[in-house]
Design a protein around this ligand. Structure first.
Ligand code: FES
Length: 109
């Protein structure tokens, strides 16, 4: 199915003042965020750096299966609490996403 035919989903970027966007179902969370200026932090886009860790406040049931790359950065407890890596997670339904604030300069992360 092409992206144009895919059903639309609504993604809420909780940590970006609750910004809501519509996107084609089945896209990666990071790709949706970049395209729609959702604001999820990222660096590599390839599952290596761990920068894109974010949390499903709602809609975790619409996320793709956890990948091996995600397991390098997140624990089972974090998965259970809704944490995922945006560049490794594809969404096929509505979701609300938050992420940690950038650490203040001069303090440990
Ligand atoms: S952006 Fe680097 S792991 Fe997702």
């Amino acid at each position: 199915m092409s992206e144009a035919e895919a059903p639309r989903i609504r993604v809420t970027f909780v940590s970006n003042d609750g910004k809501q966007v519509e996107a084609a179902a089945g896209g990666s969370l990071l790709r949706i965020s970049i395209r729609e200026k959702g604001g999820i932090p990222f660096k590599c886009g390839g599952g290596h750096c761990g920068t894109c860790r974010c949390r499903f406040e709602a809609g975790l049931e619409h996320a793709s299966a956890v990948t091996a790359k995600e397991r390098k950065h997140l624990t089972e407890e974090e998965f259970a609490a809704g944490w995922r890596m945006a560049c490794q997670t594809f969404v096929n339904g509505d979701a609300s996403i938050s992420w940690p604030p950038k650490p203040a300069q001069g303090t440990a992360a």
